[in-house]
Write a protein that binds this ligand. Structure first.
Ligand code: SIN
Length: 525
């Protein structure tokens, strides 16, 4: 058994920001199931939102975040995030992170959907995630051990505290890690859907792990579908950043009609759920939708990653039209935490997309996610730096003992297609119920005590995907309104009296619970 003070699972922006801000006398291990660069953070094309220009301020950023989140957000969490954003960017610049600048050496600030001001900081044009992650990884010091290709498949709980994990290395050998503080920074679950902008690794593991260990999960019905994924040969091939629309890109139908013109006052830069639903309706009528880049200046220089993606998929950029479809992009819900990342299970924390602090509400504002990772990593580090590390870790941690096999789980194709079809951009009672019944037929909760030591990581991944799919489906069935990333054709309007601030909390072994207002996890001191 290996022991450490802080064990971080996942390797995106929140994980590395946390590791880099922890005291150097604290032992830290980062475990990641793939390579450290195989993350959504690394892929992020859009930037980091911060009110940095003279005409902007954090009150405007706060207001835009609540408007996009359809007022389901926790206002206190949003206030802290938006007011600390400028300092987070300045600190990175001082450390040497190279963001894009204009000829006068000032930060270039871009515009994205639902922002009332230009406030998006980019790196490498449309390679902000790579710029930031390469910087954070290079900045990591030697008190942080990084283990790649380790798959965590069980959280170990003793006396109602999370004290360790079980993981398998690439040789499939089981290893136990005991730790004083265990942090899930495993990203979202975009890969549950047929069309997704997400890295292959975003399969909802962290959420399933926390749920199966008894932590509270909330807001799972809120999935953000990004309007513009590159579409070629019946498949999606990554993101076409919203920044392209910020620079003049227009969504059009095959006969050249502007799709968003009369739909929303912000037209192509309307909130993502509105743009995605509009595109979805066109596609359902059999009309392909294109992003027209005729008015985008210096497209190839400004968006090198997207230009390369297009070339790779034989899209002729001289036609000025990029075929697009919407697909899953971001999970607003997740493991319920307080503002510093503590979950309802002592010893277990969650950060970034895996967590739900209430900051994104029902729909995340563009470029608030790298920001959240930076913010959350720093906040938790400040708290962990004040903790006592002298207490003894238990030596006798036992995992689940029941011997059984994960039998007859459905394949990836069936999981992804059914989620897209029934729990996707447009949902209905019948579709959701059909999906719930289908998922129930695999009796997932029967496996909650099963020892997974002998199962392959591929099988466990599918099991975790199904557990996460059930959490999304149950939340979506229960929320009888439409709000942000959750659209019900049978309840098409927001129901502010019954649902605006109400959260659906899911905990293993307990009926799904509706809380009348955003409840808080009490921060332990
Ligand atoms: C984008 O570039 O369109 C994505 C940015 C984000 O999701 O924040």
């Amino acid at each position: 058994m290996r022991q450490t003070d802080v064990l971080i699972i996942g390797s995106g922006v929140a994980a590395f920001q946390l590791a880099n801000k922890l005291r150097h006398d604290i032992n830290v291990i980062i475990i990641t199931k793939s390579m450290i660069t195989e993350t959504n953070s690394y892929l992020a094309q859009g930037g980091i939102a911060a009110a940095l220009s003279d005409q902007d301020n954090s009150a405007k950023h706060f207001k835009d975040t609540l408007e996009a989140g359809r007022y389901h957000n926790d206002p206190e969490a949003v206030k802290t995030l938006t007011s600390e954003a400028p300092a987070l960017i300045k600190a990175l610049q001082q450390q040497g992170c190279l963001f894009d600048k204009d000829k006068q050496g000032q930060l270039l600030l871009g515009l994205e959907g639902a922002h009332s001001e230009k406030r998006i900081v980019h790196g490498g044009g449309d390679a902000t995630g790579k710029t930031l992650m390469d910087f954070l990884i290079a900045y990591t010091s030697s008190h942080v051990e990084i283990l790649e290709n380790y798959y965590v498949y069980e959280l170990l709980v003793k006396n109602n505290r999370c004290v360790g994990v079980k993981a398998k290395g690439s040789d499939q050998q089981v290893e136990i890690f005991a730790a004083r503080h265990i942090i899930l920074a495993t990203g979202g679950c975009g890969q549950l859907y047929r069309y997704s902008s997400n890295a292959e690794t975003a399969t909802g593991d962290g959420i399933a792990l926390a749920y199966l260990a008894g932590a509270d999960i909330t807001d799972m019905e809120f999935i953000q579908f990004h309007p513009t994924l590159l579409y070629a040969n019946g498949k999606t091939h990554g993101l076409v950043s919203e920044a392209v629309r910020g620079e003049g890109g227009r969504l059009i139908t095959a006969d050249g009609n502007e799709l968003m013109r009369d739909v929303h006052p912000l037209s192509d830069l309307a909130p993502r759920h509105i743009v995605s639903q509009t595109i979805y309706q066109s596609l359902s009528r059999g009309e392909q939708v294109y992003l027209d880049i005729t008015h985008v200046k210096n497209f190839t220089a400004r968006f090198p990653t997207i230009a390369q993606l297009c070339r790779k998929n034989h899209i002729d950029l001289t036609s000025k039209q990029i075929p697009v479809v919407p697909g899953s992009h971001f999970l607003m819900g997740g493991i319920k935490t307080d503002v510093i990342g503590q979950s309802s299970l002592p010893g277990l924390y969650a950060l970034g997309e895996t967590a739900c602090t209430g900051v994104h509400g029902a729909n995340r504002l563009a470029s608030n996610s790298l920001l959240e990772g930076l913010f959350a990593g720093k906040k938790l580090a400040e708290w962990l730096n004040k903790q006592d590390y002298t207490w003894d870790l238990p030596h006798d941690i036992e995992g689940k003992s029941k011997k059984s096999e994960l039998a007859c789980l459905p394949n990836l194709h069936d999981i992804k297609h059914s989620m897209m079809e029934r729990v996707g951009i447009v949902r209905s009672h019948n579709g959701l119920l059909a999906q719930k019944n289908w998922l129930n037929s695999f009796q997932l909760e029967e496996y909650r005590h099963v020892n997974l030591d002998a199962a392959t990581t591929e099988t466990i991944t599918r099991f975790f995907m199904l557990v996460t799919a059930a959490l999304i489906t149950n939340g979506a069935l229960q929320r009888t309104e439409s709000r942000g990333g959750h659209y019900r054709v049978d309840f098409p309007c927001e129901d502010n009296n019954n649902w605006r601030q109400h959260q659906l909390i899911q905990r293993l072994g307990r009926r799904l619970e509706k809380q009348d207002e955003q409840t808080k996890i009490k921060t332990a001191t």
